[in-house]
Design a protein around this ligand. Structure first.
Ligand code: ZN
Length: 166
């Protein structure tokens, strides 16, 4: 009866920094830049503290109004549950301003266990920030970019006699 298993807690472990796969970050940035000058938003999914995929939300032509209760959101949650993943956070862009949560961002956020990402696109270099909602305000957090581990077991392989990618 784990009906809320799909709702993750990426900050639950003090030892594990929240992490984002590099290729996922790349794809997110691409989608964000495609949406420019409009705001882009996505749900971030994965397991534990590791974000391994995302689901884009419809681009709103009304610049700062994505809603987390519409049909697209409910469909995304259904998708997350079907794939036995967890919802770990949200990401949206600030196309013209710094990646600082706005008053509206704070008012519209109802999932304190999740990570809240903002990518600022106003500067030459995209500015990634991640926040956690704590004690009534957004607190900036560290994160790590990881490379997906395609092959889990390499330690026992005879690496000396089987060179790869050479
Ligand atoms: Zn915002």
């Amino acid at each position: 009866m784990q009906s809320t298993d799909w709702l993750g807690e990426p900050f639950a472990s003090k030892d594990n920094k929240i992490c984002l796969e590099r290729k996922v970050a790349k794809r997110l940035l691409y989608a964000a830049q495609e949406a420019f000058p409009y705001e882009y938003s996505a749900l971030l999914v994965g397991r534990g503290a590791a974000i391994t995929d995302f689901i884009s939300m419809p681009i709103s032509l009304d610049k700062h109004a994505f809603s987390w209760d519409g049909p697209a959101f409910l469909q995304a949650v259904g998708d997350i549950r079907k794939r036995h993943l967890q919802w770990l956070g949200v990401l949206h862009t600030h196309p013209h301003t710094a990646p600082i949560p706005s008053a509206r961002d704070a008012a519209g956020w109802h999932y304190p266990s999740l990570s809240y990402w903002i990518v600022g696109l106003a500067a030459d270099v995209p500015d990634w920030r991640v926040y956690q909602w704590q004690d009534g305000r957004f607190v900036a957090r560290d994160y790590t970019l990881t490379d997906a581990t395609e092959v889990a077991d390499t330690s026992s392989a005879d690496s000396a006699s089987s060179p790869k990618n050479s």
